[in-house]
Write a protein that binds this ligand. Sequence first.
Ligand SMILES: NC(=O)C[C@H](N)C(=O)O
Length: 330
Amino acid sequence: MATKKLLLLSTGGTIASVTSNTGLTPGESGEDLVQTLHNLPYEIDVKDILSLDSSNIQPEEWRLMAEDIYQYRQDYDGIVISHGTDTMAYTAAMLTFMLQNIEIPIVLTGSQVPMSVLLSDAPRNLTLAFTAAAKLQPGIYLAFNGKVMRGCRAVKVRTTDFDAFESVNFPPVAEVTSDGFNIRTRRKSDTKPCQLNTKLDLNVSLIKLFPGFDPQIMLAMAKSGCHGFVIEGYGLGGMTFIRRNVAAVIGQLSRQNIPVVAASQCLYERSDLTKYEVGRQALLEGAISAHDMTSESAITKLMWALGQGMDLGQVKEFFATDVAGEVTLD
Ligand SMILES: NC(=O)C[C@H](N)C(=O)O
């Protein structure tokens, strides 16, 4: 079998960070990272495209990554992106929407400890990412601490522990066990060609409900240009309706063609607005269920949907569609 040809796009993050007077900051190149790995049975090219802590990664950087992936996808069997962990799940979710039907595996990874530090988790995460990029079917993935998950299901759940990410509401696609690289789940492959689409509407907001939240703020935000909301409600997606009537505000926003997606503050399982009165009122007023999507996927999906010029009805339909494995619809 021919040796797989892989590309590393390095973007910074802790994995590439060095100590400075102003705190840990990216300073190592992709070549530095790859050189610390030994005996990888792949041909690896490297391009340094960014050198940022991922807290500084924003839609402009998502676009750059998506464009580079799109440009190089036919020259490589797989692409690895080294990236800070803080916003990696958002990047992974957004790339899922920007690069639908991608023809090769794209695997994001990073580390909790810089590559240059003894006992860092970087070498094994990067090795795992290259393995996943060589072996998995096409798609956008995140590889960390022995697990590879769908990018659109990943959530950062720990700030310092090596086990920083979890695959939420969907099992990891692959895991490292004593048998080696174990692929657990496969998805029906699409044969449609990949389309790069980086149009986004950034005028969106992600709100976490708390007792006492005044929903009038959402109307003020809409007035000053907010085009869509994701609200993390309680439990199955419940929203307050006495005194501070969130459901009624959702109705007002819906009548202005402004979508409100109802997600849950609970990390696991799903939002279901049909069960309780506090959910049904919101549903009747036009709330759109995020089902079992992560908030990272819900907000990036909304940015992308509005970027396509979708109206409220189309956004509703789009959220009832599984684009790339980000949602379970029953
Ligand atoms: N572990 C990390 O990579 C955290 C770092 N602040 C980043 O996201 O770039």
